[in-house]
Design a binder for this molecule. Structure first.
Ligand code: DP6
Length: 344
């Protein structure tokens, strides 16, 4: 193997989590999405990762909050195998990864998007140093995708889309692009209150869920519908049509869970608390005229999206009512915005 000179051995990055509005659910080949997806970036929910390149080839060590976590390492070994062609220098080194999430590890908020995103940013920085080129955020997003599909959307702006789609010039199956320029002022300053209905790990992981789409009777119609929703969402974001936004985003969340409920084997990740919150969000929207909009990821927690100017009013009216369905009465609020940051 050709010895590559490594000018820099350490990098540290912060990367936020994201919540999809149109969902990525189903993939082909090596992390190629079956349909395009679009998400808001959760600027205040992030992972911070420091990466150290060692001379022990192929030895990976992961530390979460200073504690050695061998249980995280198999996923990183897999990730390194997938990115080996993109980063040829990686094969002759080992990795020491020190990572920290600013949200509780057991909160049920997935850390794979922010975690793989932060690691991908560190690797892209080291690669840029080796090649003596500027940092390539497209490469970072591509690497993140190979770690966890949805992670690629955390790197590119406050709103990002991933997956080739005719209505989105420059879109790609390999990396996400920012769609911040599509956001009408109606969508500036929105926030996400994540209602923690169920903490701890999920009974069926996203990766297992994606695999069940392969034999799914409704898979092809779902992929087509998602791509149609991407076209509709583009118009909605441009026009600032918040009521159409609510309709589309909520339908996407329910379609995601409907696909789980009719796969073989079927499964359900929503809990009674999830349904109770969904009902209360819809009732509150109708009665108050305030655009509160729910969405779900692949779990029981409910993301409640709303324009930030209503935060204190919602904190006195709606949220105390939703808290009742949350484990320990807990929810976490985040602003929507870009949040990638170098820490060195
Ligand atoms: C429901 O990105 O977690 O959150 O690529 O297998 O790591 P892998 O899956 P992952 O799937 C995310 C699924 C989702 C929808 C979304 O974020 O678009």
């Amino acid at each position: 193997m050709e010895m590559i000179k490594i000018p820099k051995r350490e990098a540290a990055w912060r990367c936020p989590s994201n919540i999809a509005l149109v969902k990525y659910w189903g993939k082909k080949g090596p992390q190629i999405p079956a349909n395009a997806s679009l998400s808001f970036t959760l600027a205040d929910l992030y992972t911070e990762t420091k990466l150290l390149l060692t001379d022990q080839a192929n030895v990976i060590e992961v530390f979460l909050d200073g504690v050695h976590r061998p249980d995280f390492e198999p996923k990183i070994y897999d990730f390194c195998r997938r990115i080996a062609d993109l980063l040829p220098w990686l094969g002759s080194h080992g990795l020491k990864i020190e990572t920290h999430n600013n949200f509780p590890h057991s909160s049920g908020i997935a850390s794979s998007a922010s975690g793989l995103g932060a690691l991908a940013l560190c690797l892209a920085e080291l690669d840029a140093c080796i090649k003596e080129t500027p940092m390539d955020f497209m490469l970072a997003s591509n690497l993140a995708r190979l770690g966890s599909g949805s992670a690629c959307r955390s790197i590119s702006g406050a709103a990002a889309m991933w997956g080739e789609h005719p209505d989105y010039p420059g879109s790609s199956d390999y990396y996400a692009i920012s769609v911040d320029h599509l956001l009408h002022e109606q969508f500036q300053g929105w926030m996400d209150a994540v209602m923690l209905v169920e903490t701890g790990s999920k009974s069926v992981s996203s990766t297992q869920g994606h695999a069940l789409l392969q034999e799914h009777p409704y898979a092809q119609s779902r992929f087509q519908e998602a791509n149609r929703n991407m076209s509709r969402l583009k118009q909605i974001l441009l026009e600032g049509n918040i009521w159409a936004f609510a309709e589309l985003v909520e339908s996407e969340a329910l379609q995601l869970h409907a696909m789980m409920m009719c796969s073989t084997p079927s499964y359900m990740l929503m809990q009674p608390g999830t349904l109770s919150i969904i009902r209360k969000v819809r009732e509150f929207r109708e009665q108050s005229g305030i655009p509160v909009v729910f969405t779900l990821d692949a779990g029981a927690n409910v993301h409640v999206l709303f324009p930030g100017q209503h935060r204190s009013y919602l904190g006195e009216t709606l949220f105390p009512n939703l808290e009742k369905a949350c484990e320990g009465g807990k929810y976490i609020c985040s602003s929507i915005g870009a949040g990638v940051k170098t820490l060195t």
